[in-house]
Design a protein around this ligand. Structure first.
Ligand code: NAD
Ligand code: ZN
Ligand code: ZN
Length: 344
């Protein structure tokens, strides 16, 4: 495909993204070209633009790992998708397919994994080159704009709830009710769990209640751990921490019931202390969870196709990306902003 496309790129960490026009890329052998319809803006894009993590992307790069669009060109040898298919280009951009982790459907930790919008260019662009073996297949009936947040926030929160191993009728805490958390509340309810939503913002908590949360706790009012222990009758069987804030992690471990599991998915830069005696003597599991497998992606999308989970979206044009990222850093986005490329 000849011509130019609009992109928003990180040229320097900690600086606003640069809006520019570059050549539309050509898909190589085994690759596809996707014409972007929509791309969600994840808090990870903010970490990426700030260079927050030990693994740094090479500058310049195009962030965005919730891109959804239509396949418009195939490189040689591609049979897994066809032109006209609607696909999502996720954080797990590709993996080796052969290592012990790939064989066990744990491909996000493959040592050869590439990350969309991070180690390869992503969806803040009118076209994206993708690996047909790792794209998400968007179910018919889901609009591109409502599917976009599911490609990262959806799969990550769904997989995170699964990793708590909480069973129907048990309690889960979702700490952080933003892009990931507002979907985690819905997945947990659809999975038959009782949900206690935790945040620092009453607006987010009121939204969690509308989405079905059974209880809410504002961290800023009183002792949040005592409040969760009281509501859940001894702590939550599962805790999912999506908050991009270190204090939430120590609190989340303390909110976990004896023999329960605390799943970490938020990645604010830094470390947090674990009270060893409490974790050991209460037999608590603390585990990380990183997006999910392609199977998890299909399951997460199926909940939405069945109408059990719906992303709450605010549409914005690509030209607004820096304002959106600023608002996200200040906690001023209710759920998920989705860049709508049809408005261009
Ligand atoms: P977001 O900004 O949309 O939502 C964050 C929410 O946390 C907001 O509602 C905010 O009010 C709340 N919050 C802030 N401080 C808090 C505190 N101390 N206690 C409770 N809540 C608090 O962000 P998001 O897009 O949902 O992403 C959240 C985090 O998850 C980011 O760090 C992101 O990088 C990470 N993430 C990880 C994975 C993974 O695979 N592990 C995938 C996607 C995102
Ligand atoms: Zn993300
Ligand atoms: Zn592998």
């Amino acid at each position: 495909m000849k011509g130019k496309m609009h992109v928003a790129q990180v040229e320097h960490f900690g600086q606003p993204l640069v809006l520019k026009e570059i050549d539309i890329p050509t898909p190589g052998p085994g690759q596809i070209l996707v014409k972007t319809e929509a791309c969600g803006v994840c808090h990870t894009d903010l970490h990426a633009a700030n260079g927050d993590w030990p693994l740094k992307p090479t500058l310049p790069f195009t962030p965005g790992h919730e891109g959804v669009g239509i396949v418009v060109a195939l490189g040689s040898g591609v049979t897994a998708v066809k032109e006209g298919d609607r696909v999502g280009v996720p954080w797990l951009y590709s993996a080796c397919g052969h290592c012990e982790y790939c064989l066990a459907a744990r491909e996000p930790v493959c040592t050869q994994a590439k990350f969309g919008g991070y180690t390869v260019n992503g969806g803040f662009a009118e076209y994206i080159v993708a690996d047909p073996n790792y794209v998400a297949h968007i179910p018919a009936g889901l609009a591109a704009t409502e599917a976009a947040p599911l490609i990262c926030a959806g799969i990550t929160s769904y997989k995170g709830i699964k990793e708590t191993q909480a069973r129907p009728g048990q309690w889960v805490v979702v700490s952080g009710i933003g892009g990931l958390g507002h979907l985690a509340v819905q997945y947990a309810k659809a999975m038959g769990l009782h949900v206690c939503a935790v945040d620092i913002d009453d607006t987010k908590l009121a939204h969690a209640t509308r989405l079905g949360a059974d209880a809410v706790v504002n961290v800023k009012h009183g002792d949040p751990v005592a409040a969760v222990v009281k509501v859940t009758g001894g702590g939550a069987h599962g805790v999912l921490i999506t908050a991009p804030s270190l204090p939430a992690f120590k609190q989340g471990v303390a909110m976990t019931r004896k023999w329960g599991t605390c799943v970490l998915v938020g990645i604010p830069p830094g470390e947090f202390p674990i009270p060893l005696f409490d974790v050991v003597a209460n037999c608590i599991t603390v585990r990380g969870s990183f997006v999910g497998s392609r199977g998890d992606m299909a399951e997460a999308l199926a909940f939405a196709a069945d109408g059990k989970v719906k992303a709450n979206i605010e549409l914005q044009p690509l030209s607004a990306i820096n304002t959106v990222l600023e608002r996200l850093s200040r906690g001023e986005v209710l759920s998920r902003v989705v860049i709508d490329f049809s408005s261009h």
